[in-house]
Design a binder for this molecule. Sequence first.
Ligand code: ZN
Length: 441
Amino acid sequence: MRTVLAVLLIAFSYVSLADVQGVRLWHAPDSSRLVFDLNTGADHKIFPLSSPNRLVIDIDNSKMLDSLKNLDLDVGPVKKMRWAMRDHKDLRIVLDLREAVDAKSFPLSPNKQYGHRLVVDLVPKSDSFKPLEITQPVIDATQAESMKRDIIVAIDAGHGGEDPGAIGHGGIYEKRVVLAIAKKLEALLKKEKGFTPKLIRTGDYYIGLRERTQKARKSNADLFISIHADAFSSHRASGSSVFALSQRGATSEAARWLADKENSSDLIGGVGGVSLDDKEDLLAGVLLDLSMTASLSVSLDLGQMVLNSMGGVAKLHKRRVEQAGFAVLKSPDIPSLLIETGFLSNPGEARKLKTSSYQSQMAAAIHKGIKRYFMQFPPPGTYLASIKNKSDRIREYVIAPGDTLSVIAQRHSVSMSTLKQLNGLKNSIIRVGQVIKVPAS
Ligand SMILES: [Zn+2]
């Protein structure tokens, strides 16, 4: 009996010890995140020390089992990481810092991917920001047209960092596939006159769902697109889908399932226990309803064009835009879409989604859909709107002797490039008697 008790006591003291089994470090452009894997929940505290800048992390009843050798300390605020035991039972970790940081820490409870975690976010203090470069552009009349604003497309690659998203056949990670597609879409839109793409996530780190929409708002996005490649409970599920927000019921079983899964992303990636629904209820007024209805109808129309275009490269899961309560789509004033490029749980689609060529085709299809919509319905004040207004009011002009394209452009207060675009001209060569289209002034 005594031996059994002794064994139990030893076992118990092991369980109560919050061993640090692993340490990971993720770098975002403006912050870094340290994640400690613990075998059980533990009390902790953090505090900064200055000259030199350090951050101390104390974890009660803990010991370090990780070698700390796999951390990338070449970039980010952490220069060095060391640890020591205090009173033979508590763990003290000291971060030697390159600069002062604002630090925030919070525990995360276990989920499917991970066990107990302690997260420490490090944000370099703002005084280390570089001063803004101030340039005063000189504008002349012919430039005025190109001064019309671009349509801003916020491209959000789902998941990242701690949150791999779906893991498909052959160990393929959703977070990598969707970042590759997002970057290809960004490159295509960058080349397109009248568009400015804005990548929400640029590398392998996690961003909270609400922060993603906030980043889109900060960049004055006209459109928010979240790219995914999820897994479904059935291996047979396949095809691409486009989702818009539904505040009530989801339009299909898969939509509901995926929305639940995506919305729990913050529990894996970690946003410090912020509830996803904290503000929605407070804001659920008439005003919000109005702008939401407007942006939702844009989302549905635009989504349908993207979906049709994707039908050229992929099998479609559903022919219509589906609706579900994805947290990432809840911007009241920015049309927002969530695109499932395919199912990583389907072996055939996983194989395709892994290849760069298929990722390119997917990006091209999304690009085509976005462009088609905005050519038809450009937001007021944009370059595309100015082109469309002109092409909406067109008359014909017969080239007279002595005319040059630049003189005609000037006379109709339009730029050479618009005139060429309007007429499909590759150069400025015109001949007497030729009929060209000009904007009616
Ligand atoms: Zn996803």
